[in-house]
Design a protein around this ligand. Structure first.
Ligand code: NDP
Ligand code: 8X3
Length: 252
């Protein structure tokens, strides 16, 4: 039986590249996101290009009832998830704490922390019963360090980092691997979302250096997921070569 991978936030960026990487290797894929048009188009592309089975599920990870409805009662042939990639997430806004928009903070915490928890709660009982599985959480370099104007986003990603460590302890007895991935600068729609559609501002993080792209992160995720089962890559920080950490960049 081919393995099944669930990738949240597969309508763009890291999630889309990850779903494509697994589909190319013959895995059965469940893709999720809120943009139905993109999901349907992507499902068709994966089915036609890679002749693999794809299930697309359109829901908002912040909606507890929708997560439960879509994931806790999957069709039987899709219910055994081998690999969960908790990728759906975002940054919104960039401002000092005394000037921050509370709605932006709610969106980040509800998506990056609570959404990830809802999805994990729906999928892990099956993994625990089968005593196998791999959870791959997309955290961030912002979950390792804090930078100016980014306190709320960094807090949400520090929470993901903590959740990865906690999951690894709680699921240890079930033989479930938990990999925390902490990327630096990746050129996706992330920046466009952070700057609320301002295309000019969205380009600024990538000026003067070669950023990572979604496919780079997908390569690392696929590597971690396909290691022999007794090997667990627990925590991976990935930056472009032109980035030392969350603060220092080498821009030409
Ligand atoms: P993109 O904006 O390109 O992709 C984000 C994905 O998340 C989209 O598929 C989007 O789908 C989905 N998503 C966002 N909010 C929700 C929601 N409420 N419910 C369901 N799906 C949602 O950004 P990236 O690919 O860069 O981001 C992926 C992850 O990587 C995020 O967790 C991000 O924090 C993290 N990350 C990104 C970095 C970067 O520099 N790009 C660096 C470090 C970490 P849709 O809009 O269709 O719902
Ligand atoms: C995204 C990377 O540096 O913008 O998580 O926080 S950063």
């Amino acid at each position: 039986m081919k393995q099944t991978v669930l990738v949240t936030g597969a309508t763009s960026g890291i999630g889309e590249a990850t779903a494509r990487r697994f589909a190319e290797a013959g895995y059965r894929i469940i893709i999720t996101g809120r943009r139905i048009d993109r999901l349907e188009k992507f499902k068709k592309e994966l089915e036609e290009s890679f002749k693999t089975e794809v299930l697309s599920l359109c829901f908002d990870v912040r909606d507890k009832a929708a997560v439960e409805k879509n994931l806790a009662h999957l069709p039987e042939e899709w219910s055994d998830i081998d690999i969960l990639v908790n990728n759906a997430g975002l940054a919104v806004g960039l401002s000092h704490i005394d000037d921050g928009d509370i709605d932006d903070w709610d969106r980040m915490i509800d998506t990056n922390v609570k959404g990830l928890l809802y999805v994990t709660r729906a999928i892990t009982p099956g993994m625990a019963t089968r005593n196998r599985g791999h959870i791959i959480n997309i955290a961030s370099i912002a979950g390792k360090q804090v930078y100016e104007n980014g306190a709320a986003y960094c807090a949400s990603k520090h929470a993901v980092d903590a959740l990865s460590r906690g999951m690894r302890i709680d699921l240890l007895k079930h033989g479930i691997r938990v990999t925390n991935i902490a990327p630096g600068l990746v050129d996706t729609e992330f920046s466009l979302v952070r700057f609320k559609g301002d295309e000019q501002r969205a380009k600024t993080p990538y000026v003067g250096l070669k950023p990572l792209v979604g496919e780079d992160i997908a390569t690392v995720i696929f590597f971690a997921a396909t290691l022999p089962e007794h090997i667990s890559l627990n925590d991976i920080v990935i930056t472009p070569t032109a980035q030392a950490d969350a603060i220092y960049y080498n821009r030409k």
